[in-house]
Design a protein around this ligand. Structure first.
Ligand SMILES: Nc1nc2c(ncn2[C@@H]2O[C@H](COP(=O)(O)OP(=O)(O)OP(=O)(O)O)[C@@H](O)[C@H]2O)c(=O)[nH]1
Ligand SMILES: [Mg+2]
Length: 249
C-alpha cells in the first residue's frame, strides 16, 4: 500500500491579519499542517491563524527590523510534512496551485520547485520597479552563477524534507529567498525546477518591504557568495557587507 505523503505549509507573517484570513480560507485539502510564524505582530494575525487551525510559532529574531528569513527558517525546521510549501502570508501567492505543484514534484521526481511569477501571462501584476528588480536579479544570478532562473526573488517554493540535509539556511532577512534557491541549485543531491504561477500584488495591510534597500542587500549577498572562494577573504567580504548593511539601515 502506498503511504500518504504529508504536506506542511509555512507562512511567515507580520501584521497580516486581513490577508491571512482570506489566504487561510482557501487552503487545499492536501495540506495537512499550517505553520504561521509571527514576529511581534500587533494586529489579529495570531488569533486568525489559530482560528483556522494553524500552529502559531514566535520568532523574534530580526535583522534591521526584518525577520523574514528567521521566521521562514523557524517554520521550515518545525514543519513535520514530507513536503514543505513556503509562501508569503500576504495573499499574493496562489494557494490553489499547491495540489498541481505536489503532483509535478512527485511525478517528475523533483526535490525543489521554485514558483516563478514572471513572465506574466496577461497583464503585468506587479509594480514596474519590482518587475525590473526581478529581471535584474535574474541576470545577476545568471552572470555570477550561471543559473538561468525566471524568478530569482520568488517568495513561494516547495521542497521535499530531504532537501534540508543537503542545504543549510543562514540568512535571516530578505536574502533567504535567494539563499534557498542558490543552495538548492548548487547541491548535486537536489533536482530543481521552476513552476509558473499567477501572482498579484498584496491587497491588504502594510508592506514590510523597502525595495531599494533590499535590492542593495541582495546585491551584496550575491557578490559575497560568488567571490568568497576566489578571494579567500570571506571575513573581509562579510565585514564589508556588515558595514554597508548598517550604513543602508
Ligand atoms: N514573521 C515575520 N514575517 C515577516 C517579517 N517581515 C515580513 N514578513 C512576512 O513575510 C512575507 C513577505 O513580506 P512582504 O511585506 O509581503 O514583502 P514583499 O512580498 O516583498 O512585498 P509586498 O508584498 O509588496 O509587501 C509576508 O507574509 C510578511 O508578513 C518579519 O519580520 N517577521
Ligand atoms: Mg508580499
Amino acid at each position: 500500500m502506498r503511504q500518504k505523503i504529508s504536506v506542511s505549509l509555512v507562512l511567515p507573517c507580520k501584521n497580516e491579519s486581513r490577508a491571512l484570513q482570506v489566504l487561510l480560507s482557501s487552503i487545499p485539502s492536501c495540506v495537512n499542517e499550517i505553520l504561521v510564524i509571527d514576529n511581534g505582530s500587533i494586529d489579529r494575525t495570531r488569533r486568525i491563524a489559530k482560528k483556522y487551525g494553524a500552529r502559531v510559532l514566535t520568532e523574534l529574531h530580526a535583522d534591521n527590523g526584518i525577520g523574514y528569513g528567521f521566521a521562514m527558517t523557524r517554520g521550515i525546521r518545525a514543519a513535520k510534512g514530507d513536503i514543505i510549501v513556503c509562501m508569503d502570508g500576504d495573499g499574493s501567492y496562489p494557494t490553489f496551485v499547491i495540489p498541481s505543484l505536489m503532483q509535478t514534484l512527485i511525478k517528475y521526481k523533483f526535490d525543489f520547485i521554485s514558483c516563478n511569477r514572471l513572465p506574466f501571462q496577461k497583464k503585468r501584476t506587479m509594480s514596474l520597479l519590482r518587475m525590473s528588480g526581478v529581471r535584474l536579479f535574474n541576470a545577476f544570478v545568471f552572470v555570477l552563477f550561471g543559473y538561468r532562473l525566471k524568478d530569482a526573488l520568488s517568495g513561494m517554493w516547495v521542497f521535499r524534507r530531504n532537501v534540508l540535509s543537503a542545504i543549510s539556511l543562514e540568512e535571516g532577512g530578505w536574502n533567504l529567498s535567494l539563499e534557498i534557491k542558490l543552495k538548492a541549485l548548487k547541491s548535486p543531491r537536489v533536482r530543481f525546477a521552476e513552476y509558473h504561477i499567477p501572482y498579484k500584488d498584496r491587497a491588504f495591510d502594510a508592506s514590510k518591504q523597502s525595495l531599494l534597500k533590499t535590492g542593495a542587500q541582495h546585491l551584496l549577498y550575491l557578490f559575497a557568495v560568488r567571490f568568497k572562494k576566489q578571494t579567500q577573504s570571506l571575513t573581509f567580504c562579510l565585514s564589508f557587507r556588515g558595514i554597508l548593511r548598517s550604513f543602508l539601515s
